[in-house]
Design a protein around this ligand. Structure first.
Ligand code: FES
Length: 117
């Protein structure tokens, strides 16, 4: 079983979480926020920098497109309560690499997210 750590952050002011070398990003789809690993199934490209096109997320590295419904099925456990997201992400191998919520680094969204800035 994968060890996980709990992370809470304000949505949509923060839309990604760094844990060691890994990035997890939020993708809102049909009113539900999914927290996904930003690791392309092809060769590990940064999916949070991809483009959403017709129900698919296109990876910026080699242009492969992946169905959003299938990517969202692989999301980490997460729940949205108002403007708060609580997610359980896999723990980093180094204990000092605690989860760090990141402010607005995600481009991959079905609809632009209003951050009220
Ligand atoms: S790493 Fe994403 S398409 Fe190749």
């Amino acid at each position: 079983m994968t060890a996980r750590v709990r992370v809470e952050f304000a949505w949509p002011a923060h839309n990604a979480v760094r844990v060691g070398d890994e990035t997890y990003f939020c993708l809102e789809r049909d009113g539900v926020v999914h927290v996904l690993a930003s690791r392309c199934p092809h060769r590990g490209g940064p999916l949070h920098l991809g483009r959403v096109e017709g129900g698919r997320l296109r990876c910026p590295w080699h242009g492969n497109a992946f169905r959003l419904d299938r990517l969202c099925e692989r999301g980490v456990p997460a729940v949205r309560t108002g403007d708060r997201i609580t997610a359980y992400v896999p723990a980093a191998p180094e204990p000092e690499d605690l989860p760090i919520p990141v402010r607005q680094m995600v481009l991959a969204q079905e609809e632009p997210v209003d951050v009220g800035v």
